[in-house]
Design a protein around this ligand. Structure first.
Ligand SMILES: Nc1nc2c(ncn2[C@@H]2O[C@H](COP(=O)(O)OP(=O)(O)OP(=O)(O)O)[C@@H](O)[C@H]2O)c(=O)[nH]1
Ligand SMILES: [Mg+2]
Length: 573
């Protein structure tokens, strides 16, 4: 489903056309205004021949109600542009067209109304007049359909033109980030609080909790209506009436917003692109009282031109907007800028950076997600969604990180863990980001909440020569054929011990020590070399260097021909 707004000069027949097309008379709102309803915007459903149903928003054409017109066109997919064949192109035809263009609307059909009031020649002139005025705009090439509301002439053609227009309008994107700019809030008797607006960005369902902004109040959806039918759930791109519990209708108004909790950044300062109307008679500077029109809202703002001091008519540049209240927005949202004092439309464009970090003098706003990440270093993906509308895959934990910052954090973390030594670094001392990073780095090992630099793969682990030494512990094989550097390293580490040209595995020496200790328990006065040789089942060739080693390391002591236990002898067994 889609939403289309009328546009055009006052009294050119917009409301009459809506009534003729839909059977709904926008005038009936007048009566409802007496009961506290607004009548500035009218709403009607148009059922096309295909059965497709679209919502029509009827806007006022009078310049005095331009702000209501702006509230009506903030979230529409296309326009039904109305020009009277009697009066032709008028100032509000021009202004409405400019506004629709600045809002990024790119689809429309043109109805040339009151064809019953002109002859064929005048109708032809009016048609050429319109064609000329829309040249170079998004309406160039759009269908121009002459109609007469009272006689019904042309209405079928107009419906057909709207039908083919709808075929060109894409689906409203569903980012699971619903937002409704409220255009009406009221309290029908016995029904609590009801708001209406156009839902974009995602779906809402009965029972959902919503957040009302700027009041920051939560409420629950009691029921939903679209096209006057009750529904359980509604998708983006639809006009909706939402019945809310837990909130007073007096706390809600046009320009307020319903969103889901946690999904939206609230901005007070926004960098935006501004296209200045070429028809403006003066440059745009920081002086002046401005109003920004966003969604259905009108917001007083201060404007600072970024870069040059002023923007000339027809220029496109960047500005920084300062709001008095916060607004839930995303880059890409469109706005119109008006100067309140002179009551004139200045221009408009799209929001670029909804949370600028760089001071105005240096700001070069764009919609780049990379810039948003680079300016922050580490950003949680939920925050990226709030700041850009982009849902990124997290790189580490819940975070995405700028490549340079990642490198810097990685080397800092590695040296911290390295300095902590074999005891390791307490993970509790790290930030959430560093902890996530520690877990993701191959070099870092984590055990019991502490991070250490893991041993690199040891080429000397499970060395076959050491295995051979251990297999024959007291008659070990020689070092023949073993790489000399490897031998040196194994000796340096203490895995292998060299004594008098004989190599023993450290494990073998420990074994010998334990056997000796055991024997000394029954023979404390000492053992001869021959007795030790027999105990270990070896020969003099090996037992002499072994005992020399034991003497040197204090495991045995020499007493004449005997060896007795030394202070460093291992415990038996
Ligand atoms: N004869 C004739 N009269 C029309 C036609 N369309 C509108 N009118 C009359 O023109 C007058 C203005 O029509 P509206 O529909 O109120 O005009 P509008 O564009 O909605 O005006 P605003 O909402 O104030 O901008 C009304 O008296 C209508 O009856 C038409 O096709 N033929
Ligand atoms: Mg009207």
């Amino acid at each position: 489903m889609s939403v289309i707004a009328t546009a055009g000069h006052v009294d050119h027949g917009k409301s009459t056309l809506v009534r003729a097309l839909t059977g709904t008379d926008p005038d009936r709102w007048a009566e409802e205004k007496e009961r506290g309803l607004t009548i500035d915007l009218g709403f009607a459903n148009l059922v096309l021949d295909s059965g497709q149903e679209i919502s029509l928003i009827d806007v006022p054409g009078h310049i005095r109600f331009l702000r209501n017109m702006l509230a009506g066109v903030g979230a529409v997919d296309g326009c039904l542009f109305v020009v009277s064949a009697v009066e032709g192109w008028k100032p509000q035809s021009e202004e409405h067209l400019r506004i629709l263009h600045l809002l990024g609307i790119s689809h429309g059909v043109i109805a040339l109304t009151m064809m019953d009031q002109v002859d064929e020649d005048l109708l032809e002139l009016a048609l050429l007049d319109v064609e000329e005025h829309v040249e170079g705009t998004f309406l160039e090439g759009s269908a121009i359909v002459p109609v007469s509301a009272p006689t019904g002439t042309g209405l079928d053609d107009l419906r057909a033109a709207i039908e083919s227009l709808m075929a060109n309008i894409g689906q409203t994107p569903d980012r699971d980030q619903p937002r409704i700019w409220i255009d009406r809030a009221f309290a029908p008797s016995g029904a609590g609080t009801v708001i209406t607006g156009t839902l974009t960005g995602g779906s809402l369902a009965v029972g959902d909790e919503v957040l009302a902004l700027p009041g920051e109040q939560t409420a629950r959806i009691r029921s939903l209506q679209s096209h006057h039918r009750s529904i359980d759930q509604v998708g983006p791109g639809n006009r909706v009436a939402v019945n809310l519990t837990g909130i007073n209708h007096g706390d809600l108004a046009r320009g307020h917003v319903l969103v889901r909790q946690g999904q939206w950044h609230r901005s007070k300062m926004i960098d935006a692109e501004l296209k200045v109307l070429a028809s403006l008679s003066h440059p745009v500077s920081r002086r002046g009282a401005y109003a920004a029109y966003l969604g259905s809202g009108e917001f007083p703002v201060k404007v600072r031109v970024l870069g040059p001091d002023t923007l000339k008519p027809g220029d496109q540049g960047a500005i920084r907007l300062h709001f008095k209240t916060t607004v839930p927005v995303l880059p890409g949202d469109r706005f119109i800028l008006r100067e309140s004092g002179r009551d004139e439309t200045i221009g408009g464009g799209q929001l670029l950076d909804i949370d600028p970090r760089v001071r105005a003098a240096d700001a070069k706003p764009d919609r780049s997600v990379e810039r948003v990440i680079a300016e922050r270093g580490w950003v949680q993906v939920d925050e990226v969604l709030r700041l850009t509308g982009e849902r990124l895959e997290p790189m580490i934990g819940h975070w995405v990180v700028d490549p340079e910052v990642l490198q810097a954090t990685t080397s800092r973390l590695l040296s911290l863990v390295g300095e902590a030594g074999p005891l390791g670094l307490d993970l509790a001392l790290l930030t959430d980001q560093e902890r996530g990073l520690a877990q993701s780095l191959e070099e870092v090992e984590i055990e019991a909440g502490r991070a250490t630099i893991g041993e690199p793969d040891d080429p000397l682990a499970d060395h076959p020569w050491v295995a051979a030494l251990e297999a024959d512990p007291f008659t070990p094989p020689s070092a023949e054929g073993v790489d000399r550097t490897e031998i040196r390293e194994l000796v340096r580490r203490g895995t292998v011990v060299e004594q008098d040209g004989v190599f023993f595995a450290q494990a073998s020496l420990l074994k010998a020590g334990k056997l000796l200790a055991e024997r000394f328990q029954t023979q404390p006065d000492g053992l001869t070399v021959a007795e030790v040789r027999d105990l270990l089942g070896t020969t003099r060739k090996f037992v002499l260097p072994l005992l020399n080693h034991f003497d040197q390391t204090g495991q045995t002591r020499r007493r004449e021909d005997l060896r007795i236990a030394g202070p460093r002898l291992p415990t038996p067994g």
